[in-house]
Design a protein around this ligand. Structure first.
Ligand code: SF4
Ligand code: SF4
Length: 157
């Protein structure tokens, strides 16, 4: 077709220390998804989609092809239930609207560091707690069996 295109993979940071030094990725898939009308920002600062809530892994294709988009969604998808705020073990989230209410990145990174020492990644409790996009009655966290399985991977000192 003659157009330039470049894939942008997920994650663009250099480990936990890299996040502390520069708490940003080189490209924001979240903002691209928002502008493309795929979802809106939730209280947890994650893009909440109508179909899958925050349970999405984003990648992006940059291109010079002219593609007409719909623009951002007119209605917020987040229902402001604040379950993500309550679920965060670090108190890194506060009720409100993005971008006024930004995640406390230092606190969130602290949690990643604690979990990494236990061989666990990522945290994601603010994603698991979100009811948007979940069929009714579904379990919103790992089962005890899954947790035991994960713990069995952690090396004992
Ligand atoms: S990833 Fe964990 S620590 Fe970070 S904001 Fe979400 S719940 Fe809090
Ligand atoms: S848990 Fe509730 S407040 Fe948090 S992002 Fe999901 S819908 Fe919004």
């Amino acid at each position: 077709m003659g157009y330039q295109a470049m894939p942008v993979p997920r994650d663009g940071y250099h480990g936990i220390q890299g996040l502390r030094d520069v708490p940003a990725a080189f490209f924001s898939h979240r903002h691209a998804a928002y502008l493309a009308g795929l979802g809106t920002f939730g209280v947890n600062n994650i893009i909440i989609t109508p179909r899958n809530g925050p349970r999405i892994r984003w990648v992006t294709v940059l291109t010079d092809a002219v593609i007409e988009g719909d623009g951002p969604l007119e209605e917020e998808v987040c229902i402001h239930c604040n379950r993500c705020v309550k679920a965060c073990p670090q108190n890194a989230l506060r009720p409100g609207r993005y971008p006024e209410c930004i995640t406390d990145k230092e606190r969130c990174i602290d949690r990643s560091e604690i979990l990494a020492k236990q061989g666990i990644s990522p945290c994601g409790m603010c994603i698991a707690a979100c009811p948007v996009g979940l069929p009714k009655g579904i379990v919103t966290g790992p089962t005890d069996e899954a947790k035991d399985e994960i713990r069995s991977y952690v090396k004992k000192p």
